[in-house]
Design a protein around this ligand. Sequence first.
Ligand code: TEU
Ligand code: CA
Length: 563
Amino acid sequence: MAENQPENAVWWKTSTVYQIYPRSFADTNGDGIGDVRGIIDRLGYLAHLGVDVLWLSPIYKSPQDDNGYDISDYQDIDPLFGTLADVDELITKAKEHNIRIIMDLVVNHSSDEHPWFVESRSSKDNPKRDWYIWRPAREDGSRPNNWSSFFSGSVWEWDEHTQEYFLHLFSKKQPDLNWENPELRRAVYDMMNWWLDRGVAGFRMDVINLISKVPGLPDGEQEPGHEFGNGFPLTANGPRLTEFLQEMHREVFAPRKEAFFTVGECPGIRAEYATEVTNPDNAMLDMVFQFEHVGIDQGNGKWDELPFDLLKLKESLGYWQTQLGEAGWNSLYWNNHDQPRIVSRWGNDTEYRELSAKLLGTVLHFHRGTPYVYQGEELGMTNFPFTDINQFQDLETLNHYREVVAHGGDTAAAMNGFRKFGRDNARTPMQWDGSVDAGFSKGTPWLAVNPNHEHINAAQQVGDPRSVFHYYRRLIALRKTDRVMAFGDFEMLLPSDSQVYAFTRTLGDEGLLVLANWSNEAIERTLEFARADMVTVMHNYEDAPAFDSALSLRPWEVVVYRW
Ligand code: TEU
Ligand code: CA
């Protein structure tokens, strides 16, 4: 903890969280799938990077329809990843490195193979029937409403045995849990307490803002020519969400004395509500993952690419900084297991890969909030060079492709969307070294390793003080000691500049100035900012320019000054 922090500061405000996608992190038994033992073996690497928390994507028992986001036993580990004893060992050994573990809580839905659902679907009068969302067909035999699933098709799946539909916002093997049912909620809270008692330090909560749906589940807006309507506005941030989150806080977190934190993944949440949700006085969540910034290059749906526009990014992140500034707290991320690799998406993954990776890390980590580093981001890992649909494994991609083919759509445009935004880009194996399969597995990796692992890998970077890895180490270390970086007020500079991302952070009479040339060209600017006492804190070129209000920056050059 940094000394003499503001009294409302808590440990995770000066921490950095590292997200591990266990399936692609490190495989120790040669089955081509990462496992918990692989994480244990790499704790030294993670401690060297300096991260404080590990967020594990799901490792629970699962049929793996959505790579573990379809859980069939919340209190056991899938043999693919290991055992509960392995997890206990991981928690203990991580603590020796002063690293805490948070689990991925997926309770908007379970797997259709969860015993709860097996019981619920067994008969209409089963005690657990109402733990899921069942509806009869409409009078005319059609589905209960027109909503489309996140993973293509309808959200309704017909159950022949009980002659009703069940709701699934995601795949049909991920039936939505019915949060209107107090017994279901109780069972979730008991499971959460079981994990906290086991020593985990909190949860990342999967699509937690979808758990309260608009009563009556009415039809959504349906555009002409579209087979389905949009149910998202009727399932996101629903009428009882605040009530459910406060009840969860009361039943699980309020009684606890040990350190923990919660971050809720909230697609579609607006900054105004996020301020309420993350205000500690409201006893809901500590942080949320919002999606506004990662939507600026997507037009009519996820696969419809728009050109990157720095002005849109500055407007979005700047707004969230000021909106959540006082009462709330931001999470800061570019990458995760659902997003393409940022250096390919908004950096330059060819000529300026390292420089742009460092610039992206600097801009993000100098915002106010808790930064999340996704496995491989600290190496400047890139998207995969996909050329064929058969190289993809993600059901979100494959379902959409099947839908495009079935409707005689433009498969070439779809392939472009998959190459740019497909989730498999983030899920290729971690690149540990330049050997075959990047040292990830002695077997055949479940998903192909990026061929560029020969020159982008941890082994080569850990030994190179000028690497992206060591640059991230410095960013992570600085947050722990630099109060201005952690707590300073944010102010955007040059808001209408489409190449330069510039801002200040101020705390009392101290300040930081971040200047980033987010482009392939050199730039000249005159800053309305003049101070004589500037010290260079971070920069990504060999030689950092001394501060001068007549600013000139080389391509992808970023520099941070302190006063
Ligand atoms: O993602 C929810 C979510 O919003 C994603 O569908 C996201 O919008 C999409 O993937 C972006 O293209 C969470 C998990 O992070 C994701 O991996 C799961 O597939 C999903 O929920 C269902 O659990
Ligand atoms: Ca394995």
